[in-house]
Design a protein around this ligand. Sequence first.
Ligand code: SF4
Length: 249
Amino acid sequence: MVFAGTMTQRLNNLYLNSIYCATEGEGALIGRPQIFVRVQGCALGCVNCDSKDTWEFGVNPPCHVDDALGRISALAKQGLKRVSITGGDPLHPKHTPGVLQLARELKSRKFFISLEASGTRIVHEIFDLIDFINFDFKPPSTKIDRAFENQAQLIIELAQQYPGKFQIKSVVQDERDFTIVLKAYNFVLEKLGHYVTFDWCLTPVYNPGEAFPQERFKLILQLNENSGGVFRVIGQQHKWVYGPDEKQV
Ligand code: SF4
């Protein structure tokens, strides 16, 4: 695939960790091959993050969006037209100008774009443009100090403004996490005043270096079954296949 046209304006920079092709391993889009554009830099610091190598800003030199488009073009030559913008935190203010420019360029080339959002902010310019939003709700084990109501309020905004275009994802460690996520679900349900139509996916924690956490997984499945089954429990398929430490899979 060759991208037609010439760039008439200087493009914003992207701060990249990597660009690679793999199959989505978790959440509602599981099983979909995608080109992953992983940004470098995240200021949140979730303790159970499995991409800690993406936290530090300024590790790699900035990359022009047109260079990133060239790398995506090379990976897309078999016809793959799906891009996942992930991180790191692609909605951190340092990333948003480059991510917005990249999304515009990809949409003009008719790519399907999904984006991994940390759940701390809504960026309308980007959300309006892309096709699907993966939005986090962070439970207590992440140690992210955000009021439960603030997080839930953002989900209500998403439901009102982007129906049919997002999923909520929560990485859960234990019963305490499950209880808080269920509380958030019920809070959102009550505020919306109607049933929840979007997927809210629970990902049981599978830590780097750990054997498959079967007991943790069974606990989350049982808690969900015993609480009305309001969530989708979906593990991290790529970790079963390649092991929990393998990158770019
Ligand atoms: S927001 Fe994502 S990349 Fe950042 S620390 Fe949390 S899990 Fe890791």
